[in-house]
Design a protein around this ligand. Structure first.
Ligand code: DHB
Ligand code: FE
Length: 285
């Protein structure tokens, strides 16, 4: 059977992608940020999964106000990096895993979560920047990736509670797949940031660090935090953090297993307008 080996959490700031693509990672502004991911790239090489289930949000790139799926699973064989206005990022195309994605769709929908099935979709910085941070600049991404897009852009957005429960359903789906695949689940976006309005530039490092503590130690309690607290404390785009609860809900301890091992924790302020947070949690084997 397939199993979830680890979960990875990281911010997805587009300027990070631009710094990598334009060879600026050694500039003084960027050095401390990329230092925080050196361990992660090494860890990825030593713990290469068979598939990454990548929870992210689309930023009005593949979807628009014409169509707003709350939860969308990418079942295609491949996904092209999107043109977000400056041309597509020079990164490899994303190879999907249609068989596992279809199995997860079947299982999770029968487990009472209504997913939108997407057979054609370009993927924006929400998905490609986390891959770049964790994998560097390879010729091809190290394994197939199942994109899982969550609406955190246009209200109403899903609650942290629902995201946490969805993660549990995703774990049940993966663990009922009849192939011995090692699957990582990634939760991306966040941490505190606000890109527009009078509070543009807001960062709340104290709240973010408390979020990391609670995500590790008591995600069930953290899942009860209402949207309004994310928006008030972490800014309008801080709501992206609910996606981290999907990945955390898929970890073994939530289903009565052992607590995860914290392999890496990193926090850095700022990257562009955003507080960057990053965690790697492993399920004990
Ligand atoms: C920034 C952060 C984001 O999450 C995003 O989607 C776009 C921009 C920023 O900090 O610039
Ligand atoms: Fe974003």
């Amino acid at each position: 059977m397939a199993r979830i080996t680890a979960s990875v959490y990281t911010s997805h700031v587009p300027a990070i992608g631009a710094a990598i693509d334009q060879g600026k990672t050694t500039e003084p502004y960027w050095v401390p940020l990329f230092k925080g991911y050196e361990y992660s790239k090494q860890w990825m090489q030593e713990n290469k999964p068979d598939v990454i289930f990548l929870v992210y949000n689309d930023h009005a790139t593949a979807f628009s106000l014409e169509l707003i799926p709350t939860f969308a699973i990418g079942t295609a064989a491949e996904f092209t990096p999107a043109d977000e206005g400056y041309g597509p990022r020079p990164v490899p195309k994303v190879i999907g895993h249609p068989e596992l994605a279809s199995h997860i769709a079947q299982s999770v929908i029968q487990d009472d979560f209504d997913l939108t099935i997407v057979n054609k979709m370009d993927v924006d910085h929400g998905l490609t920047v986390p891959l770049s941070l964790m994998c560097g600049q390879p010729q091809a991404w190290p394994c197939p990736v199942i994109p899982f897009a969550v609406n955190v852009v246009q209200y109403p957005v899903p609650s942290g509670r629902r995201c946490f429960m969805l993660g549990q359903a995703i774990r049940r789906a993966i663990e009922s797949y009849d192939q011995p695949l090692r699957v990582q689940i990634w939760g991306t976006g966040g941490m505190s940031h606000q890109l527009q309005g009078p509070r543009a530039g807001l960062i709340n490092a104290a709240w973010d660090n408390k979020f990391l503590d609670r995500l590790i130690a008591d995600p069930e309690d953290l899942s009860k935090v209402p949207h309004i607290e994310y928006v008030r404390e972490a800014g309008s785009e801080g709501i992206e953090l609910v996606m981290w609860l999907i990945a955390r809900g898929a970890m073994a301890d939530v289903a009565g297993g052992k607590p995860p091992v914290v392999k890496h924790r990193f926090f850095h302020v700022p990257a562009s307008n955003t507080a960057v947070g990053h965690l790697i949690l492993e399920n004990p084997s």
